[in-house]
Design a protein around this ligand. Sequence first.
Ligand SMILES: [Zn+2]
Length: 257
Amino acid sequence: MEFHDAHCHLPDNYFYREIERFMQEWKKSGLEYVISVSSNFSESLRSIELHKKYAEIIPGIGIHPWKAKKSLTDEQKNKFNQLVEENLPVVIGEFGLDHHFIKKEEYYSHQDETFRFFLSLAEKYNLPINIHLKGAERLVAEILETYNIPSHNILIHWYSGPENILKKFIERDYFFSINPSILGGSKHIIVLTQAELNQILTESDGNVKYTIDKERIVGSPALIPRIIERICEEKEKDVLEISNILHSNLRTYLNLD
Ligand SMILES: [Zn+2]
């Protein structure tokens, strides 16, 4: 079975330092693509470097909302713009808004500015986006409407917010990445029950740790086959059919078809 991971933090030292061993292991078990999301500029450089080594690694470029604590300088904006332009096509991510884990409201305007800067980049270069929106779901819904980004290029990562906003996103036909937290009984399962099969991708958000059957497990592409099994149960389809749908969804999201 082939599978993908639409959101994994490969520039993190945990993966980066042993990427050869990890890639060998994951490819052997069927990894087709992994999107290497980045949280700042130096991680974005690492994602590009990893992509040059492995065609299976798709580079993500962005600033995580947890790191958006200052106004972006023109120099920073130019550096990101140049990095994107020289390495097209890339994915924009991880970026977005977080009003849940980040409590200090003084950072919110910087998050907003950074979010909008990367949305403009995605709009300018016609790129897929990988969005973090914890505690700011309504705001993200409003802001997204003001950018000309096709719905099939919008991926909502690890949604766990209000149901009415989820419904709105489903109606807008965005993509949603389903992650290993569903194996531990999280609220995130609602995305799987409500979204259509052609709106779903899979992700690990590695190296986030999950509690599954009372065990602490490090997220990585190695967990994706277990998510696929769970999707099969929920949607009452067999593994081959689900993996074909997921494969084609990822291609649509990445503008590969
Ligand atoms: Zn992440």
